[in-house]
Design a protein around this ligand. Sequence first.
Ligand code: NI
Length: 272
Amino acid sequence: MVSSQQSHAVTPLFDRLWQTYSAMNPQAGAIHSLLLSRGEQIVNDHVAFRTFADERVGIDVLAAPFLELGYRPAESYRFEKKKLDARHFEHPDLSLPKVFISELRWRECSPVLQQIVSGLLDQVPERADGQPELCASGRPWNVTFREVTTLADESEYAGWMAAFGFCANHFTVLVNALETVSSLQELNQLIQLAGFPLNQEGGEIKGSPGEFLEQSSTLAPPVSVPFTDGEFPIPGCYYEFARRYPLPDGRLFSGFVTNSADKIFQSTDRRG
Ligand code: NI
């Protein structure tokens, strides 16, 4: 259905994204190695990105290179309380990860938040042809830790976005493809035994076989980030695990469950 050329074209972008992501989130590399040492081959269910709803950096801008690589828009999602919209994209080669992109409707937030975000977006340079993809370009703005804290007090999502900019927020292990682990429960146990705490918000496992998707995730460990007023630790990226179930027609469910994703977003919340 799809030429292997197309699939090969996608790989370098995901490799670059993984390198930045795993450098920022060593637990992902450690869990990856743990699974590899059991003889597993890891299949990525999806890679997730965050952004602000804006014509300069919104979902469409982040999605453009994926569309060029053969990805197609699939479903849309809305998260009322968090003021987020999201879309997911699929490749005809179903062995490639889905791409999940969310954006904050920041113009619906407080005047203070709007003012800070507007100041960040005004620093985003215009993109020229041939520039690396926005989704892998890192943080294009200067921001103070104080601004990040002000944003995070209203929207943890906005705070994270201001601090880290454009990178993969998480990769996701597809549990179905694991051969030595038969359930998400079993994988969760393995991961916790290895010393990685899981996000317990809304229960350790979000979703159910009845919703055709079960998910869990680690808690994002703090990373030290340079800001214009100093270097401070804040929660970075997390690793996610998903088990999908077949629909009545036999196809594996390929969408996302809004209620579950809502809780998963909280894996990057500041704690304590
Ligand atoms: Ni996810």
